[in-house]
Design a protein around this ligand. Structure first.
Ligand code: ZN
Length: 395
């Protein structure tokens, strides 16, 4: 049976168009002004709604109370399902710094989950760390940070050949450029993460596979003064170098709207990947002022719509959904089609997920309907409706 979506304003690569979309066997079969369909076909009426490609979250640690770090496939499925209800139809579960055997087990858990039925497509794993700078720890566990030159990462990268799609590392650490070369050789995207590098060090890293910046502004070095001279850092390099794409936590808390606008002004619509950086607490119900303990033992408090370390000196990952991030970008004045592109096409392209992130014939049928207020009304993943019109409203 085919499904035909009629009446919606579709966010197509070439612009927003009123058109009809036919879905069959989990793929988009056709996109046209009028497509022929048979009486037995299922018709979805999208009048007055925007039809968007499903969101692709390439940096998310957990959701719905479950973490990607547990090593259990069922936890990974549960976190992916929690995000899918909010429009994330493809997901790259992301690890935090931890001992190598624990990371290996986590990757294997994600790998097993990817073979099981799930509402979101698990596209692989993203390793955030463990080779991160002790000077830019953020909410990563300081005891678990590693120096690449002193760490054999091969067992970790071999835990899922072809499945590890991205790794975040600080390129200024000893051995980190060789690590970049190794990642490039394996087809793994190297992202500059939790880094205290100078601008010059970032430029050098470009020749060693580093091509992306993890959550720009968060745990990134910025300009400092050394004697009379100003030395720019990762933030300025991320904004200024065309060779770098940037991941942006657009929960509206990590970065004020003014900084989101500045990033958009510098990077344009095609070099920004929205991410949630969601913790296990994301996409769930949280109580203001409550202390929650992360799996790695770090204690965090939920305050003002975000998780903070108890010291309140640092955020500890977000509780956002990708839908909230798109909304925040729209509030920052970014045109809807571009905000959605940053949540779908750009992250899909970054990790080489060729059938994701766009509404076009041959692409996976990952589709969302949103109303004029950008409330999410309906979610289809792989041709299957996973959230229908009568589902209760969620935050
Ligand atoms: Zn993260």
């Amino acid at each position: 049976m085919k499904t035909v979506i009629v009446g919606a304003k579709a966010l197509l690569p070439e612009g927003i168009r009123q058109c009809q979309i036919i879905v069959e066997n989990g793929r988009i079969l056709d996109v046209a002004e009028h497509v022929p369909f048979a009486p037995e076909d299922r018709v979805i009426r999208g009048s007055g709604l925007y039809l968007c490609p499903g969101f692709v979250d390439i940096h998310v640690h957990g959701g719905g109370g479950f973490s990607a770090m547990s090593g259990k496939a069922e936890d990974v499925i549960a976190m992916a399902n929690a995000h899918a209800r909010h429009g994330t139809t493809s997901i790259l579960p992301t690890t935090l710094a931890a001992p190598i055997p624990i990371l290996r087990a986590a990757v294997q858990g994600i790998r097993r989950a990817a073979e099981l039925p799930c509402d979101a497509d698990i596209l692989g794993a993203h390793l955030e760390g463990p080779c991160l700078s002790p000077a830019q720890t953020g909410a990563q566990s300081p005891d678990d940070l590693k120096i690449p030159a002193e760490t054999d990462l091969t067992p970790l990268l071999d835990a899922w050949p072809g499945g590890v799609r991205m790794m975040g590392a600080a390129p200024e650490l000893p051995g980190a450029l060789a690590l970049g070369d190794q990642l490039m050789g394996r087809g793994i995207v190297a992202s500059i993460a939790h880094s205290n590098a100078t601008y010059d060090q970032v430029e050098e890293a470009l020749d060693h596979g580093y091509c992306d910046v993890t959550h720009l502004y968060s745990s990134c070095s910025g300009m400092i003064r050394v004697h009379s001279y100003r030395v720019p850092g990762v933030i300025e390099a991320g904004l200024n170098l065309d060779a770098l794409t940037v991941q942006v936590i657009a929960d509206g808390k990590h970065l004020p709207l003014s900084l989101l606008q500045l990033i958009y002004r510098c990077k344009g619509a095609e070099k920004i990947e929205l991410i949630t950086d969601g913790l296990e607490f994301a996409a769930g119900n949280l109580v203001e002022g409550t202390v929650y303990r992360q799996l790695n033992g770090v204690e965090t408090v939920y305050e003002d719509g975000v998780m903070k370390l108890l010291s309140r000196e640092s955020f500890a990952g977000s509780v956002a959904t990708m839908h909230r991030c798109v909304r925040t970008m729209a509030q920052a004045g970014v045109p809807l089609i571009q905000a959605v592109r940053m949540a779908s096409e750009n992250p899909a392209r970054r990790i080489g997920a060729a059938r994701k992130g766009r509404i076009a014939p041959g692409m996976d049928a990952d589709l969302l309907l949103m109303d004029e207020n950008l409330d999410l009304k309906w979610v289809m993943a792989g041709g299957r409706v996973i959230r229908d019109f009568d589902a209760p409203e969620e935050a």
